[in-house]
Design a protein around this ligand. Structure first.
Ligand SMILES: C[S@@+](CC[C@H](N)C(=O)[O-])C[C@H]1O[C@@H](n2cnc3c(N)ncnc32)[C@H](O)[C@@H]1O
Length: 392
């Protein structure tokens, strides 16, 4: 995995990263010299105070490392409001947002639902990061102070819930296992790729796969026959998280928005290095060992595995399509038309955001929207045209 020359951060940030490196190195030593990549990723992103999401890194927006849809402007949230409203009308007027980032989506969605006369009774946020929880509160206090009393924060998944569960770019931030299919000496071997500490640095280390990793990797080998030395991810945590909702949801739907594809594209023979990607100050590269705690580490979502986990847990697939189709079905062009074209200063940034959200060359095709639910007896409007469920 290579990476370009990247700008170095300030001294404090480098010290924080060195402390996290020491923490992970000690855990590797305690574990006998090796940890799975899923554990490395979990520590790099979520170690309290030091992990990328749990520490002080700026993360989102132009001044951070990457830009997500809600950070492009309010039009993403305003458009989502149409689907949120329908799901709440068919279940209960409540929303849980998981992995709420800066809080932009929460604030802009609540403002739009207020405008449409469909405010939820409660908007609950669940985020692993305490640092982001404070940022979410501050964003809401600035952008929608009168709606802040409706919002509260959860420490864990609830026991029962009816309503809408919303997650934008959550699943891609969950730890993944890495598998390797075949070596030169043993073309049929299946290995788990983990992390060791060698010569004062993290190093890749492959061991024979066992247990669940082996089971899932064998299934993929049987179905997709990966070429020799093929390395890719297994998103077991994302599948487990989805399945957990099978026991929680009474009547309602999960709306999952993320970059990814169905399994046959995910494990395409040409994608021989997988989809693992790191983001640091708007540079994308493939080295997860670079400055742990200061860069995002992410993998694309295998949506076939998500729907399979949902089905096994009693959730129905209510729709699956591209972000472009979903936003167009949900009326993004009508929302853009609310701003008069002659008002260039307001119109142009919104038109640019729409272009980025729906263009197939930007987020429109790679990003998908999936709805899974229970007790929803009506077709969801966001999937009215261009549904791709048959591709899963
Ligand atoms: C890539 S960011 C996306 C943030 C935001 N949704 C956006 O679109 O800007 C991922 C978010 O998910 C949170 N997260 C990751 N795993 C989580 C989990 N298991 N439960 C709750 N939050 C989680 C992270 O702390 C972070 O806020």
């Amino acid at each position: 995995m290579t990476r370009p020359a990247l700008p170095l951060p300030g001294d404090d940030a480098q010290r924080a990263s060195a402390a996290l490196v020491a923490r992970i190195r000690d855990e590797i030593a305690r574990a006998g010299g090796w940890i799975g990549f899923d554990r490395f990723m979990e520590l790099a992103l979520y170690t309290p105070g030091l992990g990328y999401y749990s520490g002080g890194a700026h993360k989102f927006g132009a001044a951070g490392d990457f830009v997500t849809a809600p950070e492009l402007g309010p039009i993403f949230a305003q458009t989502l409001a149409a689907q949120a409203r329908q799901i709440m009308a068919l279940s209960a007027p409540r929303i849980i947002e998981v992995g709420a980032g800066s809080g932009r989506l929460a604030a802009d969605l609540l403002l739009e639902l207020e405008l449409r006369g469909s405010l939820p009774d409660s908007y609950r946020i669940l985020d692993l990061s305490g640092e982001l929880r404070e940022r979410q509160r501050a964003t809401l206090a600035t952008r929608a102070p009168h709606l802040l009393p409706r919002v509260d924060w959860l420490d864990r998944l609830p026991e029962r819930f009816d309503g809408l569960v919303l997650a934008n770019e959550l699943l891609d931030a969950m730890p993944v296992h890495l598998a390797r299919w075949g070596t030169e000496e043993a073309p049929g071997a299946i290995l788990e790729r983990g992390v060791a500490w060698r010569d004062d640095a993290f190093a890749w280390d492959d061991r024979p796969a066992q247990g669940r990793v082996l089971e899932h990797a064998q299934e993929i080998a049987a179905e997709h026959r990966p070429p020799a030395a093929y390395v890719s991810e297994l998103g077991l945590a994302a599948a487990d998280w989805t399945a957990a909702w099978g026991n929680i949801l009474g009547c309602g739907a999960l709306l999952l928005i993320d970059y990814g594809f169905p399994r046959h594209e995910f494990y395409h023979p040409q994608r021989s290095g997988g989809t693992l990607m790191c983001h640091y100050r708007h540079h994308a590269h493939g080295d997860p060992f670079f400055l742990p705690g200061l860069q995002d580490i992410t993998a694309h979502v295998n949506f076939t595995a998500i729907v399979a986990a949902g089905h096994a847990a009693g959730l129905d697939l209510l729709g699956y399509t591209t972000q472009a189709a979903f936003l167009l079905n949900s009326g993004i062009t009508d929302i853009l038309a609310r701003t008069p074209y002659e008002n260039h200063a307001r119109y142009l940034p919104q038109a640019q955001a729409v272009q980025k959200l729906v263009s197939p060359a930007e987020m429109g095709e790679l990003f998908k929207v999936m709805a899974l639910g229970k007790g929803i007896g009506q077709a969801l409007a966001g999937f009215a045209a261009g549904d791709r469920s048959a591709s899963l």
